[in-house]
Each structure stands twice: as C-alpha cells, then as structure tokens.
Write a protein that binds this ligand. Structure first.
Ligand SMILES: *Cc1c(COP(=O)(O)O)cnc(C)c1O
Length: 342
C-alpha cells in the first residue's frame, strides 16, 4: 500500500524510507551486499571519508509512468559515471551490473514510497561509495562502503516554471585536469560558500567560468548549461571540467533525433552571451530536467534573454516536454532508456 503522503507538497529533502542497499569492500573485494533497515552508519572517527573526503556519488530518480509502471531513467549511465568517478579518487569501482541490481532492489523494496503518476513527485535515489577504515597518512582507504538510499521528493517546479536570475561567480568550480568531470562530494563542499554568497545577493545560481582564462562559461554548481542560438538551434558548452550530465546528453539526442535541431557542442565565450547570440538559456540536470534562465549578471552588467522572466522559451519548452514525455511513457523512448523495475 502506498504511504500516506501528500505527494505534491513534498520538497527536495531527506525522508527516511524502509530499505537501503549496502555492500562493503574489505580484503580487496566487494561482499555480496543486500538490503538492510538501519539508516545509521557507525564508523571510525578516523574514517577516510571524514579526513580526506574520499567519496563519490550519483543521483537518479524512480517514478511511475502514465501506464502505472515503476521505472528509472538510463541507470546504466549512472553506473558508468560512478565507475569513472571512483577511479579518479582511487576508490574501487562498484560493478555496473551490481549497481543496476542494487537500484532495482532499493526501488522494489520501497515501492510504496514511489509517488503516483501525475503528482510531479519522484523517488530520488542516492548511490555513493566512501572510504570507511581509519586513514591518517594521506592515502586511499583500504575498506569502502557502497550504499543506496531512497527518499521521496516533490516536483521541482511548484506552481509553474519560473525563469531564474543567475550570476557569474568570482569563485572557480573545477580546475583544468582537476575533478570537475566526476561526481565527487568535494566539488560540492567547495561550492557551498559560493552558492550562499549568490543567494545572499539575490541570485538563484552561480555560473562558473573556466578557471584558466575566465572567459568561457562552464556550468553551475549542479547543472549543465544549454543555449539556444538566434536560429533556434542548440549550443552546449564544451570543456573537460564540465560534469557529463545524463540529462544534457539525453536532451542533445532528443534535440537532434526527435526535434530536428542542429546541436553544436563547443566552447562558449561569456562575451557571446552579452553580444546577444542566444535567445534562450537553461540549466539541466536530473532534478528539474531543464530550468530556464531569465538573466545572467556579470558584476552588475545584466543580460536578459529574449525569452523573458515569465516563462521558459519555446525551444527549451519543447525539448523539456519531449524528454519528460519519454520518461513518463507518453513519447516512445529510444532503445534502453527506460529501465523497468516493476
Ligand atoms: C550531477 C551533476 C549534474 C547533472 O547531471 P545529471 O546526470 O543530468 O543529473 C550537472 N553538473 C554537476 C556539477 C553535477 O554534479
């Protein structure tokens, strides 16, 4: 039986659910793992994750399609990305088939927590791996824990999609040849001061520039950037330090194959924005799919997109509707995109 929850008034916050998946890496191998009830973790005061932030994570959603199936969206790409992230931080990768199986088990065991179709809510899944044994000299941990928990979250946009104001950050997110292209907790720790500063100044998000030249736009703290040029085609900033968003890669495919857009992935100069080369701008990620950007502020110099501050522009609206249709089962999905749990 579904939990007694007012699904559409849920926010994006943690709520403990019934089951989580845990596997431990000890003596050089992952154990067989399984579902447990206990949401608490007991570890050494000197655990590697606590001292040197040795942890990587993923984020994806389970939700109910129009015809009542519980599914997740392209979990194989989350599995691949977690492997890439783990390798970069000297964490033993969690095998891809086991990752997908752990997602299946957590969602199936918490099926009563999966919001019904039409509420806009979903069951957010958080897989992560962290160093758990005592580490005092700087080196990788020997032992690790892989865990997946689930928490129901509300619709990203309550009461309609409103464009946001963003600023160009004075802080940098990711160095060239650094860790910007992996999903590491440390990338978020160092963004917290920047986002609190932006919020205090009245902005919803930070756009980070490339640290080497500070002339090119990269992404925000937790979402990739999409632009629509004056011909109505899609332009996506390219850089080795941008996190490879699964939503962005999916939207690029949808733009090309479903909507017939020309898609260009290239370096994008901040000056091009202020020259008016683009008429729509959006941020993309699992949470919102696309959230529209109404204006970008660079040290008091503000550029307002033609799409305005009232609604998302037409190209991004069509892109978003097509991808959410694919996810919800009302638009035919490319082979392998929808992973059915039950
Ligand atoms: C997770 C993340 C994204 C979005 O990725 P999705 O796979 O689309 O959810 C974008 N940027 C950063 C920095 C991220 O950590």
């Amino acid at each position: 039986m579904k939990k007694d929850i007012d699904w559409s008034s849920l926010t994006f916050s943690y709520q403990k659910t019934d089951k989580r998946y845990v596997a431990n890496f000890t003596n050089g191998a992952w154990d067989e793992g399984g579902l447990i009830d206990d949401d608490m973790i007991v570890m050494s005061e000197d655990a590697g994750v606590l001292q040197y932030a040795q942890t990587v994570f993923e984020g994806l959603k389970a939700y109910t399609t129009k015809d009542g199936r519980i599914v997740t969206f392209r979990p194989d790409l989350n599995a691949d990305r977690l492997i890439d992230s783990a390798k970069r931080l000297e964490i033993p990768p969690f095998p891809k088939d086991r990752f997908i199986e752990s997602i299946r088990q957590v969602v199936a065991a918490n099926a009563d927590w999966v919001p019904p179709y039409g509420t806009g809510a979903s069951l957010y899944l958080r897989p992560y791996i962290f160093g758990i044994n005592p580490v005092i000299g700087v080196k990788p941990a020997d032992d690790y824990q892989y865990r997946v928990f689930a928490t129901p979250v509300g619709p990203y946009f309550k009461g309609g999609v409103k464009p946001i104001r963003v600023k160009i950050s004075d802080f940098d997110r990711a160095a060239p040849r650094g860790t910007g292209n992996i999903k590491a907790g440390l990338n978020y720790a160092m963004s917290l001061h920047a986002i609190v500063t932006a919020h205090n100044e009245g902005f919803a998000e930070n756009i980070y520039l490339d640290p080497a030249t500070r002339t090119k736009i990269e992404e925000t703290g937790g979402a990739n950037i999409l632009l629509v040029d004056q011909d109505g085609n899609l332009v996506v900033p390219k850089s080795d330090s941008i996190l490879p968003s699964i939503t962005r890669r999916s939207l690029v495919y949808v733009g090309e194959h479903y909507l017939g857009l020309k898609v260009t992935e290239r370096e994008v100069l901040l000056s091009e924005i202020f020259e008016g080369k683009f008429k729509e701008c959006g941020l993309c990620g699992t949470a919102a799919v696309i959230s529209p950007v109404g204006s970008i502020n660079d040290h008091g110099n503000e550029f307002a997109f033609a799409s305005g501050m009232e609604e998302m522009g037409p190209v991004l609206t069509k892109l978003r509707a097509t991808l959410t249709g694919i996810q919800e089962g009302t638009v035919e999905a490319p082979e392998g995109w929808i992973y059915e749990i039950c």
